[in-house]
Design a protein around this ligand. Structure first.
Ligand code: PEP
Length: 264
């Protein structure tokens, strides 16, 4: 497997635009964000990725070119090409300038039937294609209420990472996104996020190898906004954020990135 090496425990804030923004609207939002980034070089301590829907990738890629802001996609197919109507492959995303790809988002797992096995296959495919996968995991509200959060996280992490070597695993990013916190305004407490991140790191140590958990960047996602980001990032186990709604407004997304950069 080949993938760009990912430095130890980076800070990353990625904006998941979901099914929002045409190419023209996306380019305008990206330009606005790039202007804010250019005005505050200190905040470059945090890596930032914009993840628009596929039709807007080229226009947003053009808007961020040379700015240091990365481009990411929201999904990909595991095969490089073939008879897969409506699908997009890793090499296609790379050709548009993507560095990242979000995989296993809960809206795909729970809304479109994406299985643990499919997420595992796509993760390996993304690494093969030279993309950095942002692997999303997280429990449903009913699973949390039934005290099954750890069990769900262990299952989702093991499905993707079992058998992977430490260097390859460290070339990926994990996003812990409790499903009950996504798009609901109900953010997890720093303690809830920390506990989940610790379960994930311990699972990585077990299924990948000793020390893997400590090396991996684990983001928190779920109703992160400009007002709560700094509190979350004060928790040393939270290495950044995957942001949905608040990434659709340049100033609030920028405040989140600046909070991540200031956190260490
Ligand atoms: C997401 O879509 O990954 C997400 C975390 O959304 P929001 O920030 O809107 O909760």
């Amino acid at each position: 497997m080949s993938a760009a090496a990912w430095p130890r425990r980076p800070r990353l804030v990625a904006g998941n635009w979901k099914m929002h923004k045409t190419p023209a609207e996306g380019a305008a939002l990206a330009r606005e964000f790039v202007a804010l980034a250019a005005a505050d070089p200190a905040a470059r301590a945090c890596r930032v990725a914009l993840c628009p829907p596929h039709p807007a990738l080229a226009a947003v890629g053009e808007a961020v070119r040379g700015s240091g802001v990365d481009l990411g996609a929201q999904n990909m197919h595991a095969e490089t090409h073939g008879a897969y109507t409506g699908e997009v492959s890793g090499p296609m995303l790379v050709s548009l300038g993507c560095r990242f790809v979000i995989l296993g988002h809960s809206e795909r797992r729970h809304g479109m039937g994406e299985t643990d096995e499919a997420v595992a296959k796509k993760t390996r495919a993304a690494l093969r294609d030279g993309l950095t996968p942002i692997v999303c995991v997280g429990e449903l509200l009913a699973e949390r209420e039934a005290d099954r959060t750890a069990e769900v996280l262990v299952r989702q992490i093991a499905a993707v990472y079992a058998g992977m070597d430490v260097a390859t695993a460290a070339a990926t990013v994990i996003a812990y996104e409790p499903v009950w916190a996504i798009g609901t305004g109900k953010v997890a407490s720093p303690e809830q996020a920390r506990d989940a991140h610790r379960v994930i790191r311990a699972t990585l140590d077990r299924v990948v190898g000793a020390g893997a958990g400590e090396r991996m960047a684990i983001l928190y996602g779920g109703s992160v906004n400009a007002g709560n980001a700094a509190t979350l990032f004060a928790e040393p186990d939270i290495d950044g954020a995957l942001v949905g709604g608040a990434s659709l407004e340049a100033a609030s997304f920028w405040k989140i990135a600046a909070a991540a950069a200031a956190a260490r």
